[in-house]
Design a protein around this ligand. Sequence first.
Ligand SMILES: [Zn+2]
Length: 146
Amino acid sequence: MPLRRRALKPGQALLVGRLDFAPATRTRDAELRLSVWCPYCRREHEHGWGDPPFRLDVVEHRTAHCSPGSPLARDGYFIGADPSHEEHNRDQAKKMKAWLAKQLTQQGPHEACIAVVNEGPPSAALLSSLGLEPAEPNASREGGEP
Ligand SMILES: [Zn+2]
């Protein structure tokens, strides 16, 4: 269950920053990265960010990338997308989703079904691209009514 920003308690550290889409290379898949500014280390810490659908209003806990001596080093911190860069962040998340969608069309149905599990029922377009029929909206009532 994603943790919303407002669920954080006072005193829990939240570092916010900009998302960046990192294109796939020969050795790894594409990913979203979040670069957050750390006021203690006075530099950015880079973390991988999220799962589909890459919501911008959630926070995730991370092990600190801090230098020894930072008050955040022991317990880590929460990270989240900076609302003042919302347009940029949304754009980067869109690139990630587009990359994933492209992957789905190049994979078999099994992998595609695993990937869409967190996003609700697969779209008719996705199903038809996999050669599957979308379920009838009233299929569950079949036979119960004249
Ligand atoms: Zn730090």
